[in-house]
Design a protein around this ligand. Sequence first.
Ligand SMILES: *Cc1c(COP(=O)(O)O)cnc(C)c1O
Length: 357
Amino acid sequence: MSKVHVFNAGPCLLPEVVIEHAREALLDFKGTGVSLISISHRTKEWEAVMDETRALWRELLNIPEEYETVFLGGGASLQFLYVAMNYLEHKAAYLDTGVWAHKALKEAQGIGEAYAIACSADKNYSYIPKGYDVPKDLDYLHITTNNTIYGTEIKEDYDCPVPLIADMSSDILSRKVDVSKYAMIYGGAQKNAGPAGVAFAIIRKDSLGKVSRYLPTMLDYRVHIDKGSMFNTPPVFSIYVMNETLKWLKGIGGVEAIHAINERKAATLYGEIDRNSLFTGTAVKEDRSIMNICFVMAPGYEALQDEFLAFAKERGMIGIKGHRSVGGFRASVYNACTQEDVEALVAAMQEFEKIKK
Ligand SMILES: *Cc1c(COP(=O)(O)O)cnc(C)c1O
């Protein structure tokens, strides 16, 4: 098999060492002679994995004492519902920055009063709205820090006059976050933190318990906090691989170290997009994501799109076709994607330009 460069938007690339450790554990979990997927989640060996995973989250993201992290099934999409059920009493606002943000809003509207406080659909979600007023009487403001499909990102932690809730599915662990600015942060693991099958929720404990509705047991964050994410059978395999991914991240220097690597990868690829006359970026520069890098053929060269896709594929690029709502190309350069992968893509872009110009 020749070298491939994986730019899939999710599930994401995971480090090879993580996959090797997962394979070992599938065959024999920690010398127990039992496969990871057959062990009881009520054993001390498994409890140790859960404890360590929680501790790694706390350490890597510098999560303050008053927060708890829970790991749940159902993906980020079920968190849209969890958020509304656990936090929406009178009214909530959502910053509508793309497909995922919009889906989160829609889910809340099924539960109570929720509205878009600002929206960037007018320019196909190519920017992050700014300068809107946040009313003080909201239960919460919901933001999507990284818009996976459109390649825009909120790179600062907002000072918000109401509880701030963020979907960080696709940029968690890519940069430092001031967790104390948020009432809760959630996401699916499969964009940066591990494989599909588990979602995380980082919750300030005193932000809960403020709604009057009946909460079904499985949709009540307090139950999952109380039970250490083991009210029911947790997604054992996904959590284990996430644990290995977190250990890998810690081993290379943690979030600060990966942020520097991510900044460099993004600068390399955006630099080429801006330099290369055949391509152009789609997101406004100040809001460009360092995780999902979207670009299209420059005006006049649109007809070359499929040819470039095939050209890049021959050179090992996987997963660079853009989402249908943006078109063109999207390179997802999550934590496990390397500078070498990005440079291989840049080389293909440069070669293509030489042939075509
Ligand atoms: C992928 C993604 C989701 C949906 O995640 P699922 O786990 O598939 O439900 C939600 N929000 C963002 C920002 C995403 O990138």
